[in-house]
Design a protein around this ligand. Structure first.
Ligand code: AMP
Length: 635
């Protein structure tokens, strides 16, 4: 392990020397003056004074690289099994498309520092829009297409975009999901009104245009054919994007990413972690609405001169071999997915896997949620390729823990995402004393600042919230908390044991239980509610609600109870999106609380999972728990 061990130690002992070497992986318009400006802890400004552009490094640069060797090679391979579409864009074609969209956005008034909210399905135009924003120095904020009007409105209000880019509809498992109605409702709800809404018509759902505000993509595109706009050189610390993520409050946080640090961190990770080389193919099954989609569908692969597969579809349509068929057909070298997708495939006929030639694949990387040992073993045996767990968060933008396959083939342990990556000074700390815990003891996974390049620079518009949320939770120390529990074994391998807060992880997606509670409470019949994450074989966790109704009369009969449960689920669907819909909503006349009024969430969760509810000495009324047990047992 000598070589990676040394690399990691060097990266912490002399951060500036380490990252100044890594910074050479990207093109700078102006060389940074300081590798790290850490004059105002915990805010780290990487490559201060340097100027660069993400779109230049992801697209333009490859037109001339190595005598133009990549210019006419694939850059973006768009595959939709929802609409049976496939189209490959070379770097030259991608350059043209991105320039055209940049010209369209500029026409709508978008310039440096302006926000553009992108609410789009997995269509190539979404990637063009992201890269076009980067080209113009505008800040994109992509909102996952599965989110509904309330979630969208919150993000519009916080990011205050000048322009929203959207489409008529998404499609999931063959079912059209119309976007325009949800978007219009969100725009009604939001106090902030964008000047323009750019709408791409896929011809899947009605898309009525609001006069004076909405603009049809194609009509505008026709006016900008052949446009070429220069890249706007941004100072390294200028924001590239905002990506919202859920926390313990009902209000999502806008994770703000810089430009230069992010480009360097991703370029370095493509080499050291994902083993990607120019000209090879990268396939990540995520969605641009999530951080993986930002780092490892759009920016990371392109920054490495790789072609990225941009996939709209599920792992099981038209059949459970589709992902492997893509790997075979496009000779995918690097594949990135989530444990849930693999658990879905595990239930299908293994013949689908055996049927395809997967010899191009270097390894399969999995992230976003705990990778359980049986799933890891199954896919590892079935693939005959390394399966590499990697642990990170929206906030960090790239892995905190993994096995650095591009540096050294370290022994991998099932169930463990491995070792702290270069640049991360990871410690496991006792939750109340703040002291480091011993080997084999559980502690909060924390990172001693400064955080390495690529990690969030602040919470959009709220520096104080950034410090308070992330650096104030461990007593006596200003360290970054991941809000995950972890444990380290004698070999230095880490294991993640779950969240320390009320955030849950459904199929690799982070959801705040508070947001779901607020949505359920907005239903007129509900007086009070608690939502907890309950273990699920397929999705890792699912939300389950316990609600107190205002008038017990409304749930007097079983059909009435089921009808209200359905209505509550619909409320969540329409406000937050189906992704946040509770698997069950149980009705009770009171919630189990401590004498000081705190809901005993851990006990609720334990009962749902058939475990012992734990220490109940502080409970206000034990009758509340009896009701919960009864409700859960009744199914
Ligand atoms: P998100 O920001 O939505 O990507 O969610 C990040 C959270 O997902 C982390 O804080 C962890 O709780 C969980 N997570 C991500 N990757 C892993 C992993 N490889 N193993 C265990 N948990 C993970």
């Amino acid at each position: 392990m000598a070589s990676f061990k040394k690399m990691h130690a060097d990266s912490i002992a002399d951060r500036e020397a380490f990252w100044s070497r890594e910074a050479r992986r990207i093109d700078w318009h102006k060389t940074p003056e300081r590798v790290l400006d850490y004059d105002r802890p915990p805010f780290a400004r990487w490559f201060a004074g340097g100027t660069t552009n993400l779109c230049h490094n992801a697209v333009d640069r490859w037109l001339t690289w190595n005598g133009g060797a990549l210019a006419d090679k694939p850059a973006l391979i768009y595959i939709s099994t929802e609409t049976d579409t496939e189209r490959t864009y070379t770097f030259r074609e991608l350059h043209a498309e991105v320039n055209r969209v940049a010209a369209m956005l500029a026409d709508l008034g978008v310039g440096r520092g302006d926000r553009v909210l992108i609410y789009m399905p997995m269509i190539a135009e979404a990637a063009f829009a992201m890269l076009a924003c980067a080209r113009l120095g505008a800040i994109h904020s992509v909102v996952f297409g599965g989110f509904a009007s309330h979630s969208l409105a919150q993000r519009i209000e916080d990011a205050t975009p000048k322009v929203v880019v959207s489409a008529d509809a998404g499609s999931r498992a063959g079912k059209v999901v119309p976007y325009k109605g949800l978007l219009d409702e969100a725009l009604n709800l939001s106090g902030h009104k964008p000047a323009r809404v750019l709408m791409f018509n896929r011809g899947l759902a009605p898309m009525p245009l609001a006069a004076g505000r909405d603009v049809d993509w194609q009509s505008l595109a026709n006016r900008h054919f052949g446009a070429v706009l220069p890249c706007v050189w941004l100072e390294s610390g200028e924001p590239s994007y905002i990506l919202y993520t859920s926390g313990t409050t009902g209000r999502p946080k806008g994770v703000q990413r810089d430009t230069g640090g992010y480009a360097v961190a991703l370029a370095a990770s493509m080499q050291h972690i994902y083993c990607g080389q120019p000209g090879e193919v990268y396939f990540s099954t995520s969605d641009i609405g999530w951080v993986v989609g930002h780092s490892y569908i759009v920016y990371g692969p392109l920054l490495a001169g790789m072609a990225t597969v941009f996939y709209e579809g599920t792992p099981v349509r038209p059949d459970a071999g589709i992902l492997w068929q893509i790997v075979e057909r496009h000779k995918v070298a690097v594949m990135f997915s989530a444990p849930t997708a693999i658990r879905v495939l595990k239930k299908q006929d293994p013949a689908y896997l055996a049927k395809h030639d997967l010899s191009s694949l270097k390894a399969l990387w999995l992230a976003g949620e705990p990778l359980d040992e049986p799933t890891a073993r199954w896919i590892s045996d079935a693939l005959g390729r390394p399966v590499v767990d990697n642990y990170w968060q929206t906030e960090t933008g790239w892995p905190i823990l993994t096995y650095p396959m591009g540096v050294e083939a370290l022994p991998r342990k099932f169930g463990s995402p491995g070792y702290p990556m270069y640049g991360y000074d990871v410690r496991l700390l006792h939750e109340t004393t703040g002291e480091e815990v011993a080997v084999g003891e559980k502690g909060v996974v924390a990172v001693v600042p400064p955080l390495p390049p690529g990690c969030m620079s602040t919470v959009w518009g709220d520096d104080e919230r950034f410090v308070k949320t992330y650096f104030d939770s461990i007593p006596g120390k200003q360290v970054y908390s991941t809000f995950d529990w972890g444990i380290r074994d004698a070999d230095g391998c880490h294991f993640i044991l779950g969240r320390t807060d009320d955030v849950i992880n459904v199929a690799g997606h982070r959801l705040g239980t508070r947001e779901i509670e607020e949505s359920i409470s907005s239903h007129a019949a509900i007086a009070e509610v608690a939502v907890v994450g309950v273990a699920d074989q397929l999705k890792g966790q699912v939300p389950v609600g316990f609600a107190v109704v205002r008038d017990p009369g409304v749930i007097a009969s079983t059909p009435a109870r089921l009808a209200l449960e359905g209505e509550v689920m619909k409320t969540v669907d329409s406000q937050l999106g189906a992704i946040a819909r509770p698997a069950r909503v149980h009705f009770v006349t009171m919630l189990p609380k401590t004498r000081s009024g705190k809901v005993l969430r851990r006990s609720l969760q334990a009962i749902c999972e058939g475990r012992d509810p734990g220490d109940l000495t502080t409970i206000e009324d034990p009758g509340a728990l009896a009701q919960v047990k009864e409700a859960v047992a009744a199914k």
